[in-house]
Design a protein around this ligand. Structure first.
Ligand SMILES: *Cc1c(COP(=O)(O)O)cnc(C)c1O
Length: 385
């Protein structure tokens, strides 16, 4: 970490930028070249080549991302799923077992339950906020613990301090998907996580125009993940690197605005007579509020809620929205609305959805950076019976 770029806002602009500037260019150009002139004495992993994740566009991002989370090193990948699958395959081998939070991003859930077992990598699901139950799931072969900072779509706050303490006590690698919180609101290395993972397709890029991922952590572990990525090939393209670096520069402005907008919208919804309940960790009555207030610098841009009128009311609501767009994904500058039961969690059976507390009528909002009064007016006209 470069101490001279002390604050988040300054690091976002200056950390990792190439010095001296190339031809004086203020913006790092796209190095649209797959290969580079041969240099004597370089090992396989050090040859400059896009798949080796070591071109100038990659290296600038690696330094900036590591600085943002006060970690030693970082790596960008072709997608969030490339980051997750490659990190897990770097940390776990055949015969290993790991603990996994029971509520997960759908792609991660499917990778762990459908792909890892055929590589003889076993898992046990645990409840992220019930640390007293974790010990009984430990095996001699348990090597890692995988959690998400906020669950999707119910926005539960995992007991992250207990996860780190449990990993220390039992020699496990602590891995967190930090996509929903972003480095602006939470920096996992500061509480002792070994690896932090992002889907950069969401807040880090922030403009809904690329897919990308990142793995951030200790130099040793990131090197291990990098070697695995060099082999598996899920590297980020230089043009996507360029867009991600550009998007990152406004991360703090965007996320702080999304924190503020989401809190206002959550308060509006929670006071509306047609609204049954609201899940947002910034609301004082949310079960994870105290933990979120202690760990996070902001409560994020994601909200979910249920209307009183059932399916009919939800359909009327989504039909009537004029500003908020009905679309999956999240973390961009525009406000998006989805029904998780029919989109992100459509792969789950009715029973699984019920068990997870995701009803047919649950609506998820990814808050954008529009004026909050305009968003609230849009939600208000769409909700009225
Ligand atoms: C979107 C998402 C992913 C997957 O990222 P992709 O870039 O779509 O591969 C992983 N984790 C979380 C929490 C996400 O929201």
């Amino acid at each position: 970490m470069d101490a001279k770029y002390g604050s988040m806002d300054t690091k976002l602009i200056h950390a990792g930028e190439i010095s001296p500037r190339i031809e004086g260019a203020i913006t790092l150009p796209v190095f649209q070249t797959s290969t580079y002139e041969f240099e004597e004495g370089l090992g396989y992993h050090d040859i400059p080549y896009i798949r080796m994740n070591n071109t100038p566009n990659h290296l600038a991002l690696h330094q900036k991302l590591a600085a943002l989370e006060n970690a030693e090193a970082a790596l960008v990948t072709a997608s969030g799923m490339a980051a997750i699958s490659t990190a897990l395959l770097a940390v776990l081998s055949s015969g290993d077992h790991f603990l996994v939070q029971d509520c997960l991003y759908g792609g991660t859930h499917d990778f762990i339950t459908q792909d890892l077992p055929s590589l003889n990598i076993a898992h046990s699901f645990i409840k992220g906020s019930a640390p007293e139950t974790w010990k009984s799931k430990l095996r001699d072969t348990t090597r890692a613990f995988y959690v998400e900072s906020l669950t999707n779509p119910l926005l539960e706050v995992t007991d992250l301090e207990s996860v780190v303490a449990f990993c220390r006590e039992n020699g496990l690698t602590a891995i967190i998907d930090n996509t929903f919180t972003t480095p602006v609101n939470f920096r996992p290395a500061e509480v002792g996580f070994d690896l932090s993972i992002h889907s950069c397709s969401k807040y880090l890029n922030g403009h809904s125009d690329i897919v990308g991922g990142a793995v951030i952590g200790s130099a040793d572990l990131v090197k291990k993940v990098t070697r695995k990525l060099n082999h598996l090939g899920g590297s980020m393209d230089p043009h996507a690197c360029f867009l991600l670096l550009r998007g990152l520069r406004t991360l703090a402005l965007r996320v702080r605005c999304q924190n503020r907008n989401a809190l206002q919208i959550a308060r509006f919804l929670s006071q509306h007579p047609e609204v049954e309940n609201v899940n947002y960790p910034g609301l004082e009555n949310h079960p994870g509020h105290d933990r979120a207030a202690r760990l996070f610098d902001g409560f994020g841009g994601m909200i979910s809620f249920e209307l009183k009128g059932g399916i009919e009311a939800v359909e009327r609501f989504t039909d009537r929205l004029r500003l908020a767009i009905i679309a999956p994904s999240l973390g961009g500058i525009e406000t998006l609305v989805t029904r998780p039961a029919t989109t992100s969690h459509a792969g789950m059976s009715h029973e699984e959805l019920k068990e997870a507390g995701i009803t047919d009528t649950l609506v998820r909002i990814s808050t954008g950076i529009e004026a909050p009064e305009d968003l609230i007016a849009d939600f208000n006209q769409a909700i009225s019976p």
